[in-house]
Design a protein around this ligand. Sequence first.
Ligand SMILES: [Zn+2]
Length: 113
Amino acid sequence: MIRFCRICRGWHDLAEAWPTGCLGHFAKGRGCEAPDSPQIIRDIDPYQAVGGDVANGGKPPKIGGRRQHREFLKRNNYVEVGNETLRPQKPDYGPEVTEREVRQVYERLRDSR
Ligand SMILES: [Zn+2]
């Protein structure tokens, strides 16, 4: 039985000892990747900030990259959100229905039992 080796991109016979230089094949996770392969993290897309920037006279700047984004947050004491737990919102009955109407309907239903 032969098995594909992710280190040397070749095939090894499992009946024979796995080559020492290819032992990384069995490493967990990303250890299988060739060690010299560069890890590329894509930069964030440019965006128009919503919050003002102290370094920009309080005007929202255009953010061009990850580093700019980080520095912008830092110097303005902004905190990136997105991982916080969401609290349930109060029910929104829309602009048409007032709280009084809701209560009236509730009382009508309760009294009609
Ligand atoms: Zn190999």
